[in-house]
Design a protein around this ligand. Structure first.
Ligand code: PXP
Length: 251
């Protein structure tokens, strides 16, 4: 079975916020992604509101016909917004003020009580809850205990090993292969506990195929690579090419 693709459109809003203006429209972006065959749209409402704004979530909710997944920190403010907007899913992620992007998974072991409270609230209003974690057995066990229905495996370390000159060198490809094994083991373990398994972060047209072969992973959340490619080929084409990359398990 081919995994689903949710397109993360945060960086369409990044371009808009660079000028604090009204274009490019993330609503148009979401509709184009859906028309191209994406299974869902993912956005990250950050506490500093650097790209996606509260209003975007409301508008996206009213136009998205596939699946709206909102990434957020497990804070009271964010959980209230999620409950009010009624997204299909919430992905709980860690957030550090000065990071360029999410760095690593949420430490559920350390924050179990806080995470459990957040998940209870979200599940009470019918929202499907995913937690973004590293491919680590203890984190998976904690995610299971927290009441999450899904884990999203952080693929950042794997992705890092596949980039540019690193990938061309022996050590990079060896470490990438080790990461694939670690991700696979984590996916199998999570599935055996009854968790749905997603993966994402730093995935590209080139490096996604190795993870697409892991049958336990049923969803990918991919943003930067698709939005980058859309500058040259258009968003519809960029999404179609990523759907093909996720479906092509041969490469
Ligand atoms: N999954 C999660 C939890 C993320 O925080 C992000 C980045 O916002 C992604 C997936 C997508 O990462 P990328 O933009 O590198 O594809």
């Amino acid at each position: 079975m081919t995994a689903k693709l949710n397109v993360n459109i945060d960086h369409v809003a990044t371009i808009r916020e660079a000028r604090k203006t009204i274009e490019p429209s993330i609503i148009t972006a979401a509709v184009i992604c859906e028309q191209a065959g994406a299974d869902g749209i993912t956005v990250h409402l950050r506490q500093d509101r650097r790209h996606i704004q509260d209003k975007d979530i409301e508008l996206l909710r009213s136009v998205i016909t596939t699946y709206l997944n909102v990434e957020m920190a497990a804070t009271e403010e964010m959980i209230n917004i999620a409950a009010d907007t009624n997204s299909d899913a919430v992905s709980l992620v860690p957030e550090n003020q000065n990071e360029i992007t999410t760095t690593g998974g949420l430490d559920v072991v350390k924050n179990l009580e806080n995470v459990r409270v957040a998940i209870n609230r979200l599940r009470e209003v019918g929202i499907f809850v995913s937690i973004f974690i590293d491919p680590d057995e203890k984190q998976i066990e904690a995610a299971h205990k927290s009441g999450a229905q899904q884990i999203e495996i952080c693929t950042a370390e794997y992705a890092e090993m596949t980039l540019g000159s690193r990938a061309a060198h022996g050590e990079g490809s060896l470490r990438a292969a080790q990461e694939i094994e670690r991700i696979k083991k984590a996916a199998v373990h999570a599935k055996s506990l009854g968790l749905v398994v997603a993966a994402g972060h730093g995935l590209t047209y080139r490096n996604v195929a190795a993870l697409a072969r892991i049958n336990e992973i049923t969803e990918f959340n991919i943003g930067h690579s698709i939005i980058s490619r859309s500058i040259f080929v258009g968003l519809n084409q960029a999404v179609r090419e990523m759907i093909a990359a996720v479906s092509n398990k041969q490469n």
